[in-house]
Design a protein around this ligand. Structure first.
Ligand code: THG
Length: 259
């Protein structure tokens, strides 16, 4: 399981404060900690309420992170100018997070992915919101895959995201997202990669870590390839590694967790 750390996000108070005071060292310490814990990439999100100087803030954050890591950066912003600024500042391998199935967004973001040699996350939602079932998510994913190809992005650069919702608010969606992950894999050969924002599932719930790691194991069994998640959650990382071993995607040895 490819783990994209969710923790370089201005939504978290310590990171938000460090962004506002331009405290590079606090951000870099967090990055090093997350790498130590086994993050494969970092989601970079300036957080809510920083829209007015979004582009400048994103550039500062990307440059600050890049001073201490060569990991891929997943630039997470709904703002086109903020996204562009992040991509321009990024020398590491880069993932655009994200486009939706809205025509205007696809028309702007797929060419941007092609220009910057970026991977791109495609959220199965449009102006009407998130579809309620797996079939409609798959239909939307197919539209995004074909539009990507039309606009110069090869299918291997796409990561399909069925959009995980909180179990506390939408209990029927847990199974539908698993169903969608399975359907996405049948859409091309080789199978498109898939990704979720895992912690969405436990928003507003108790026992968040238990919900997160149980759902991760279920999604891994359905073929999920990547998750935006908290690498500092040790039990979660152990569950991810164990799923890799049980699915034969990493080699078993007696102390695979330590290795
Ligand atoms: N898909 C894609 N990108 C995404 C998401 C997704 N990016 C954002 C998000 N969803 C994934 N990242 C997070 C980050 C934090 C939390 C959940 C998902 C989270 N935060 C706590 C909260 O909101 O309650 C704590 C915040 C705090 O400490 O203040 O749960 O689905 N492609």
């Amino acid at each position: 399981m490819f783990i994209v750390s969710e923790r370089i996000n201005g939504l978290f108070r310590s990171i938000g404060g460090a962004i506002d005071s331009r405290d590079a060292s606090a951000i870099q310490k967090a990055v090093l900690r997350q790498m130590e814990c086994g993050a494969d990439a970092l989601d970079i999100n300036i957080g809510p309420g920083r829209g007015s100087d979004g582009p400048e803030t994103m550039q500062w954050l990307v440059r600050t992170v890049q001073e201490v890591t060569d990991l891929p950066l997943c630039i997470d912003s709904p703002g086109l100018r903020t996204m562009q600024a992040g991509l321009e500042a990024c020398d590491n391998p880069v993932i655009i997070n994200s486009t939706t199935a809205e025509a205007a967004k696809m028309g702007a973001l797929f060419p941007l992915a092609a220009d910057h040699d970026a991977d791109i996350i495609c959220l199965t939602m449009d102006e009407k919101g998130i579809p309620n079932d797996a079939d409609s998510r798959a239909e939307m994913a197919m539209l995004m895959m074909t539009t990507a190809m039309d606009l110069g992005v090869s299918p291997e650069r796409v990561l399909l995201d069925p959009l995980v919702l909180p179990v506390s608010a939408a209990q029927d969606q847990g199974r539908k997202v698993i169903e969608a992950v399975k359907m996405f894999q049948a859409m091309n050969d080789p199978s498109p990669r898939t990704i979720v924002g895992l912690s969405n599932v436990s928003n507003g719930a108790n026992d968040r870590s238990l919900l997160n790691r149980t759902y991760l194991a279920m999604l891994a069994g359905a073929g999920l390839t990547a998750a935006i998640a908290d690498p500092e959650d040790r039990a979660l990382m152990e569950a991810a590694k164990t799923a890799d071993v049980l699915l034969g995607s990493s080699l078993y040895c007696a102390d695979y967790l330590r290795e």
